[in-house]
Design a protein around this ligand. Sequence first.
Ligand code: FUC
Length: 837
Amino acid sequence: MRRVVVAIGCIFWLSCVYIRAEECYAEQTSVAIACDMVDYTKGLSVWFDTPNDLSGKEIWTVSNGNSGSNPDFAWEQRSFPIGNGSFGGNILGSVKTERITLNEKSLWKGGPSVSGGARYYWDANKEGYKVLDQIRHSFIQFSGINSVATELTRNNFNGKCGYEPDSEESFRFGSFTTMGEFHIDTGIAESEISDYRRILSLDSALVVVQFNAGGDCFYRKFFSSYPDSIMIYRFECTRPGRQILTFRYVANPQASGSVEADGTTGIVYNGRLDSNGMQFVIRVRAVAESGTVTVENGAIKVIGADNVTFYVAGDTDYKMNYNPDFNDDRAYVGVDPVMTTQNNLDFALAKGYDAVYNAHRADYSALFDRVKIDLNESKLVSDIPTDMRLSNYRNGISDHYLEELYFQFGRYLLIASSRAGNLPANLQGLWHNNVEGPWRVDYHNNINLQMNYWPACPANLSECQTPLIEYIRTLVKPGERTAKAYYGPDTRGWTTSVSSNIFGFTSPLSSRDMSWNFSFVAGPWLATHVWEYYDYTRDEDFLRTTGYELIKGSAEFAVDHLWHKPDGSYAAAPSTSPEHGPVDQGATFAHAVVREILLDAIEASKILDVDASEREEWQEVLNKLMPYEIGRYGQLMEWSADIDDPKDKHRHVNHLFGLHPGRTISPITTPELSTASRIVLEKRGDGATGWSMGWKLNQWARLHDGNHAYLLFQNLLKNGTADNLWDMHPPFQIDGNFGGTAGIIEMLMQSHMGFIHLLPALPDKWASGDVIGLCARGNFEVDIHWEKGELVKAVIRSGSGGMCSIRYKDSMVNFDTKAGKSYSLIYDNSLFRILEN
Ligand code: FUC
């Protein structure tokens, strides 16, 4: 019966294809047929049941500085991101005109190609080292923090380059910028549809927009493929011939270029950014099943097609450069995007939709499927839209499915925004809707970039960390100049400061506000991630050929930037604690980072059996570094003097760096410091901006307080998360998502103290559960099963062999492992039984 009706409808439809789409649709709705929608919400999915409209369209032409809110609400809180690590988009799911925002991670303003050229661009460091002795002397003269040191630091330890776009005639720091938008008119009125759903399926890395229009099921499917460097938008309908589409590109308004026909079924935009002449190309090709495709006035028109696939390729002329010539305006130019987009498009077209989709799924699943989490046997039911779930959660309704979803969403975002061969995830991962954005959507190095990579290794996505390591490599050569400029010509090694870009920028910015702009341990902090990558993967080749050099250069800088005081001790003077407080003669945070990178360098040099004398030096500095101190209300002191304010609610908790992400404070090895850290966290409180709650969640987990960690996780979900599950600083900042995912792992397993600690911070609310496929340092993969709040069984897969030490509560067990073998650990009555599987 149904088939007959469909056939009649089809004839009717074909007869009206040349009438304006809307009119045709209006007539068509009179033939109502039930449509059995495929349910794409099944499994792990984030979804909405109401469409967006076009109210935010092109709002990105408005710059919004560092403002707390994105002017485009629908984009920020109700769209879905797709990405392949470099090429991404946001799907708005509006009915009448689909709107897709577009990003390529290397599309940046600024750099050495701005007017003024390379010499101007690289002239960003001051010569702070010239007043270093004076500053240090003042700390002796005035017995600590003093206004002479503050003024000298403010005037000499900033840089020459502005951070605000209008701060310089030729703005060289630059900004990540939008690649424009696609608008696809469909001729279908929102008022005429039912059963609308917009779904991000985490199981398949696919966005689906679906609805019933006049009894026909419409599906739009969107994904960005890493193996084929192509984005695909597929418009399907259960009734043949119903697709009437006009596909238009709207360019970044701060660029020049034009849209032209690319053959008879596609368009191409070849443009250059006004700021720096960066060339970028977008190429679209429509492949329609039946119907006609034409190109008119720069738009693709599809009429009367059954299903239509749009293949979209985009690229820029950006080239990463590890060894930039400081006189070369074009040091970061080196790709021909006309060619790369053509090749990618041709290749994908030849492969066809099914093969491209299958390759995308295989690539994604190989990463995503490694980790499964099940809290209290939560059934994977996605029977209500995510915004309602979140609203219920905010009202105190427990929802472990939502918690699992949030955890896996972080893994999805990392796979979508950080893949080998490209830049790391920036402040918004890969997604931005504006010509410039908050904090230039840059690489922010006093917590944010680092937080982006907290989950990479433990969430079994170590491949996704390679962009960070490649990026760190790009900072070394410019970072050596910065190190020398501020700490003297004999300073060894490299560093970077609070904000970096894709053009090797490592200098401080021009602001005299030292609380945020003085950030010389940013380089060593980044370099700890190089060690972490090794420690998880135990890839000794990597350590030898790539990693060690980065770690060593960073440890050398860490040592040379310290003040070797007359009494023989070492202190970071001057230094600050982000992003508040005075210019100090030894901020706890700076020392904690120095400790960590020196420990890393010592271990790395031992493994490679190199640099014995450097090792001694590193150990000597470690021994004589100013120690942690406990202040008047029992708190871990943030500065060298006991000036902490117990009412201080500041979001940065960097002085607890040794607790997390570092490993120099732990309830097991340093109980007093751990208690002092707890006092800091209690005073700071459980609210904050998105990423800050994400960080405190990790820190509470490191204190082995599962219920308090869970409280922070709940606060992050309730108060720091948009309906599409993006982290809200606000505005949207992706770091909190990654901090949240990492924090859940820290609650279930830790491995930073030389052993694998199972369920170190299990909250009462997660009484039973399973997690499969977490990674621990030492190259172990771990599954954990627990019931009624107690460990029942763990499975350890050893990737590199060697001793495995496991801790649960106060019990420890050590056993030797062979690479490639797996071991079951049964825990019963405080005893472990270990079986080789
Ligand atoms: C740090 C934070 C801010 C913001 C910015 C991008 O400076 O203190 O809150 O997250 O990074």
